[in-house]
Design a protein around this ligand. Structure first.
Ligand code: ZN
Length: 66
């Protein structure tokens, strides 16, 4: 099946029987991200965690301490 990356609009074709294809068919809301974009995003997320800018998680754990 053909899928379009939600970030860079690149059209890719994936195996009809792949997990990704099944997920997209079951949940039309689920958006596809090509490998390049998902790599880029996970790297960004990792970098953000390393620099400690993930306030959301910090606030959460602070609340739990109370
Ligand atoms: Zn992409």
């Amino acid at each position: 099946m053909r899928v379009k990356c939600v970030i860079c609009d690149q059209i890719e074709s994936i195996e009809d029987e792949s997990v990704e294809a099944k997920r997209l068919r079951n949940r039309p809301i689920h958006t596809y991200m090509c490998k390049e974009c998902s790599n880029r995003i996970s790297e960004k997320t990792k970098a953000r965690i390393e620099t400690g800018n993930f306030r959301f998680y910090r606030a959460r754990s602070d609340e739990e301490d109370w």
